[in-house]
Write a protein that binds this ligand. Structure first.
Ligand SMILES: [Zn+2]
Length: 86
């Protein structure tokens, strides 16, 4: 049976998605507000993700160096079947 973790994602729980930018398989990582210490540019809306904002990171499996940080709602809009990865 799968273990349910209601208080937050456990480190071993991985989510895989299709990167909207490259169309390649990627791992989705959720960044908690306390872990967001830098500002990033969201490719979905071209706006800044302010430090302290919870968001997601899309890490292409074949090219992890090209990870992109997205606002959570922006990524949901750009992904087929939004919600299945939340
Ligand atoms: Zn955005």
């Amino acid at each position: 049976m799968a273990r349910r973790e209601l208080r937050g994602p456990s480190p071993e729980r991985r989510t895989f998605v299709t990167d909207p930018l490259s169309g390649q398989s990627a791992e989705l990582r959720r960044i908690q507000p306390h872990a967001a210490r830098k500002a990033y540019r969201c490719p979905g809306c071209n706006q800044e993700i302010s430090p302290g904002t919870g968001h997601v990171v899309v890490v292409p499996l074949a090219d992890p160096a090209h990870r992109r940080h997205w606002h959570t709602p922006c990524f949901a809009r750009g992904t087929p079947g939004p919600g299945q990865w939340l």
